[in-house]
Design a protein around this ligand. Structure first.
Ligand SMILES: NC(=O)c1ccc[n+]([C@@H]2O[C@H](COP(=O)([O-])OP(=O)(O)OC[C@H]3O[C@@H](n4cnc5c(N)ncnc54)[C@H](O)[C@@H]3O)[C@@H](O)[C@H]2O)c1
Length: 265
């Protein structure tokens, strides 16, 4: 069997178990985690729309999506612009023929003590991390509630639970995500729409590259994790696909920690 055939067989097995073949998935954020998930959904046979403000990130992802052989759509947009969520959901429904799953994987961080932030800097982090989820999930929710099914997933963080130093606005945005998703989960449950979050510990992506490059930082962070290591974007893909699948229809309002035990200690 050639490597190509092996990939094909794996894809059919995944699709058979998950039932995601033919699903229409919108992913916000083409970075480390959003990009890995986009490829995983595509390998499971789903059509994928990916939105990001950075053209180069989208172009790099398209090279990884092409081999899966499923329809995909790349949308360049700044999600903090007024009405962006509604426009992106409409473009996705139009381009993919519907929408079954929304994965929000957009986020920024600025690691400084609270006393150093200006109001504008606070507003910006909350807008990117939390308000873009509200805009996209509200527009997706309108569509999913009307069709009587859907899955909404957001990237939260261990910072939504733990009081990490120099993470004030970021932690507040993630705590906000945790509560927003619980209310959405409650309001949309009777319409067959589930809403959950994935909350990673430290994962190696462009978001964390600068911090990890600082002398001794990697060792410091690894020492806080019972598993003794940091995570990879691929370790988010299985949980994302499972929570999007037919097997997760009765799971809603949860924050799933994917952190090697970081929140245990
Ligand atoms: N990497 C980690 O250790 C980690 C840990 C916990 C939670 N998370 C969360 O996971 C999510 C994804 O993180 P990542 O590590 O993949 O980050 P990343 O920086 O690799 O990707 C984020 C993407 O969001 C895009 N983006 C930022 N602002 C945008 C905007 N206004 N409009 C459109 N696109 C925008 C960026 O261009 C980037 O491609 C974030 O919500 C992050 O907070 C990450």
């Amino acid at each position: 069997m050639t490597p190509h055939n092996t990939v094909e067989v794996e894809r059919r097995v995944d699709a058979g178990w998950l039932g995601l073949e033919g699903s229409r998935v919108l992913i916000a954020g083409a970075g480390g985690i959003g990009g890995a998930c986009a490829v995983a959904y595509a390998k499971a046979g789903a059509s994928v729309a990916v939105v990001d403000r950075d053209r180069a990130t989208l172009d790099a992802l398209s090279i990884l999506l092409e081999p899966a052989g499923v329809p995909f759509l790349l949308i360049e947009a700044d999600l903090t612009e007024h009405g962006a969520g509604t426009r992106v959901v409409a473009e996705t429904v139009d381009g993919l023929g519907g929408l079954d799953v929304l994965l929000h994987a957009v986020g920024i961080n600025d690691r400084r003590p609270i006393l150093e932030f200006t109001e504008d800097e606070w507003d910006h982090i909350l807008q990117v991390n939390l308000s873009t989820l509200f805009g996209l999930a509200q527009a997706a929710g309108r569509h999913m509630v009307a069709q009587g099914s859907g899955r909404v997933l957001a990237l939260s963080s261990v910072s939504g639970l733990l009081a990490h130093h120099s993470h004030g606005p970021y932690a507040a945005s993630k705590g906000g995500i945790n509560q927003l998703l619980r209310v959405m989960a409650r309001e949309w449950a009777s319409a067959g729409v589930t809403v959950n979050a994935l909350a990673p510990g430290y994962i190696e992506t462009p978001l964390t590259a600068g911090e990890l490059a600082k002398p001794g930082k990697r060792q410091d962070l690894e020492s806080l994790v019972p598993a003794g290591r940091l995570g990879t974007p691929d370790e988010l893909t299985g949980p994302a696909l499972f929570l999007s699948s037919r097997h997760a229809g009765f799971i809603t309002g949860h924050v799933m920690y994917i952190d090697g035990g970081r929140t245990l200690v």
